[in-house]
Design a protein around this ligand. Structure first.
Ligand SMILES: C[S@@+](CC[C@H](N)C(=O)[O-])C[C@H]1O[C@@H](n2cnc3c(N)ncnc32)[C@H](O)[C@@H]1O
Length: 297
């Protein structure tokens, strides 16, 4: 989808473990320009360790992909041939970062992808009102028991601070009615953990900001690819891509367009792409991935 070729300039806005980045670098060498961004210092260190340094230019930037226009301008790059973002958590963050992203571990309740940011998950759990917590669990986690869980957490935090992921997981599990917990296929804290992580990292807001600037950074025929794991994120991408490809706002009854809004992209994925069964078998973490891509006109 990125149409990588030798000599092209490609951005990976989410380096993570550098799986995509490594393949992109291979495909744009020789003479390509690669810009890799991640807000997690662990991903930056990994990129410095594993990405090639010869036969192409490699720029590694610590920061949020929402700031991509500024990063490219600082590098003196006016436009690029492709941009990829693969949003969500990396396997490293979930399993080895020690930052409390997983309810299966007992770690400090941090959940910041960027440890330079101010607020941790435990700060949010300690300071947000019960109502605000319930709203986050419901909106970002689509958690059915959001009000009940928030009430339970608000009562518990008066007795003792909620400082670890293990503690939070136990409290959430205790708040969900036992019969409902048994009927679920997932751990009762799954949605609350996801919701808190989205809130801590302001994931939906930064995605919107990134999309505001992304198309302007592409050369004609340049491509933008977004891999999302979460239906809320995918919905944002789907609507933006549609708006860009079909911007006309004239009522359907008009014989021709009078609003003058012109498409800026062509949809490369009129239907979202999902991994095949074979891919899911070999890489179970890909299970809920959704890929959407556009090409600049
Ligand atoms: C799913 S992983 C990417 C995996 C990567 N594509 C690979 O092949 O290994 C997501 C990565 O994106 C980073 N990330 C998420 N949101 C970000 C944002 N707004 N700005 C920069 N990096 C972000 C996370 O820190 C994490 O390292």
């Amino acid at each position: 989808m990125l149409a990588c070729q030798p000599g092209k300039t490609i951005v990976d806005g989410t380096l993570g473990g550098c799986g995509h980045a490594g393949r992109i670098c291979e495909q744009i060498a020789p003479d390509g320009v690669f810009v890799g961004v991640d807000q997690d210092w662990d991903a930056i260190e990994q990129a410095r360790r594993v990405l090639p340094v010869d036969r192409l230019q490699v720029h590694i930037v610590h920061g949020n992909f929402a700031e991509l226009p500024a990063f490219l301008s600082q590098l003196g790059i006016a436009a690029v041939d492709g941009i990829l973002i693969d949003i969500g958590l990396s396997q490293h963050q979930l399993e080895a970062s020690g930052r409390g992203f997983s309810f299966q571990r007992d770690e400090p309740l941090d959940m910041r992808m960027n440890v330079d940011a101010d607020l941790t998950a435990s700060d949010l759990v300690a300071t947000l009102s019960e109502r605000e917590l319930a709203r986050i669990f419901s909106r970002y986690g689509e958690e059915r028991w959001s009000a009940r869980i928030a009430r339970h957490l608000a009562a518990e935090r008066r007795k003792t601070p909620i400082a670890t992921s293990g503690q939070l997981a136990r409290l959430v599990a205790a708040a969900v009615p036992a019969a409902a917990a048994r009927a679920q296929k997932i751990h009762p804290a799954t949605r609350v953990f996801m919701a808190l992580r989205i809130a801590v990292n302001r994931e939906l807001e930064v995605l919107e900001r990134f999309l505001d600037g992304a198309v302007d950074l592409l050369r004609p025929a340049g491509r933008l690819c977004v891999l999302a794991f979460h239906s809320l994120e995918d919905r944002i991408v789907k609507h933006r891509f549609r708006e860009w490809a079909h911007p006309c706002q004239c009522p359907p009854s008009f014989p021709r367009c009078v609003c003058g809004r012109q498409a800026t992209v062509r949809l490369l994925t009129p239907k979202v792409m999902r991994p095949s069964d074979a891919e899911t078998r070999s890489n179970p973490m890909a299970r809920s991935t959704r890929l959407r891509a556009v090409e600049k006109l």
